[in-house]
Design a protein around this ligand. Sequence first.
Ligand code: EPU
Length: 339
Amino acid sequence: MIAIEKNKSIKKYTTFGVPVLTKYFAQFSDLEELKSVLSDKKLMKEELLILGGGSNLLFTKNFEGLVLKNNIKGISIEEENDSEVLIRSGAGENWHDFVMYCVDNDFAGVENLSLIPGNVGASPMQNIGAYGVEIKDVFHSLEAIEIKTGKLRIFNKEECNFGYRESVFKNSQKNEFIITSVVFKLYKTPTFNVSYGAIGSELKKMKVENITIKAISDAVINIRQRKLPDPKKIGNAGSFFKNPVISAEQFEDLKLRFPQMSYYKLPSGEMKIAAGWLIDYLGWKGTRKGDYGVHKNQALVLVNYGESEGKDIYDLSSLIMKSVLKNFQITLEREVNIF
Ligand code: EPU
């Protein structure tokens, strides 16, 4: 039987690092340990939260339930031929370590996603993405345990219904499955994705002549280290908000008022606006109140410099949302999960 701890501080298991106690806490390293917890009927009456790398959540109060930390490890090759490879990773592997394994072995596909905080198991939950690539581009399938029955289920790509920072695991199947491993389809003959402007200019700056998987990964690491705070040094959860999508009509109107606004056109004809630009324009970037504030290099990221409370950071996010709504008539959505 695995240990069930009571009234446990889980501050160190989250990248925001705000104080929080959970009523119950347990960790599992394989399917048997997970199934043994799930078969405990009394414990399963509690509200359940599965923790991976703790990099996309903010606690605004103590958690009155059971936090289960997923530590399932292991990376293995499932299948390969001359051009492709299927790699399975345990959900509890650190995402960046997994990316480094792929880069070191010359398996292409995830190098643009270098240095994203969090664990592999959380990557499909919100279809993580950066620099022109999303998980859905390299996703093959995943295994998950159904909480109610303890049964193993395989999800293929279609069944995950990926969208921008979205999947079934955040919507119709929310809180129903625990992802235990993910299979990615990577390439031995790389098709590089350098469409995102910043990567091209970084490669030039690095004086890279022949693009390699490693060079792209290094470029992404450089850009991220410049723009985004390292959660080991300054508490944060990456982008706090999603980039909002607005209609072409609303866009035309805003563009007249704010010609410098940063945006991307979507295939649907709708426009995705850079929330970082909106927040930055309103003067929030770099603002600080006590031990929390808006990061100085990327206005989408809220930070905890030391001892702030989750509630204060949440309240700051509400103020930012109000000011964006008032000035741009755009409703921002939080990307970070709030508890
Ligand atoms: N911008 C500003 N001020 C800022 C931030 C951004 O003017 O403070 C402008 C930039 O100049 C640029 C545009 O907004 O023209 C876009 O900025 P950036 O390239 O930094 O990307 P983003 O849209 O702000 C998204 C993801 C990031 C991801 C980057 C790179 C979301 C919510 N965020 O940010 O993901 O790393 O693109 O692909 O989609 C995360 O999800 O945690 C995350 C960090």
